[in-house]
Design a protein around this ligand. Sequence first.
Ligand code: TMP
Ligand code: ASP
Length: 237
Amino acid sequence: MEKRDLIVKGKAKSMYTTDDAGYCIMHFRDDTSAFDGKRIEQLERKGRVNNIFNAFIMQKLEAAGIPTHFVKRIDDRDSLVRRMTMIPVECVVRNIAAGSICRRLGVKEGIDLDPPTFELFLKNDELGDPMINEYHIAAFKWAKLKDVETARELTFKVNDVLKKLFSDHGMLLVDYKLEFGVCDGKVLLGDEFTPDGCRIWDAETREKLDKDRFRQSLGNVVESYEVVGRRLGLSFD
Ligand code: TMP
Ligand code: ASP
């Protein structure tokens, strides 16, 4: 499939049209963003590592019956995906308290959330991705409520699959953010699943192995992504 025009340049990825209107090419750059784009740096190898990581996870999710936009990895930094109309909302599940929930609710990082929480955020960097609920989505007609309901069910299904996957390899899936779109009337998981958009800790030491290393200037950001990938059986050579 031939790469054509840039559709949208996000903070870490760029999306291109192809010669088939039903498909896009998702290109992973080395750009690494935090705090709604207020801090952006290039981290060598990150685009390639995330492209390989994302392809592996998307295939695991498909195999578990979760419909995704992912078709195949094309090369080091490009993957072929189905073209969708995106739902402009971020779905977040948390198994352990970390990040914004600690600031918002004054709870300590590291406490188990049982049952896990589900939160919706509007995808809008200028507004700092404010938290919203289904009533806002209905009133402002950002998406169909039945599609958001499907997205919530799929987000929890992803938790069942990935909590076990990470736990089987000595890691904790602390939280993660997913984005969905609609293709031919069907809700599909879109965007990516990489350590850029989730929190993963070592199960024993609770060492952070995700983008919090960048947010908190802990160093070894891409190296930690590679550690996670290698534990899952991936090779980045
Ligand atoms: P938070 O603690 O900042 O609300 O983030 C929760 C999880 O969702 C964390 O794994 C990071 C991810 N996330 C993103 O990747 N992008 C975003 O814009 C937001 C709000 C969260
Ligand atoms: N992904 C968002 C950003 O780049 C939020 C974050 O990860 O901190 O700004």
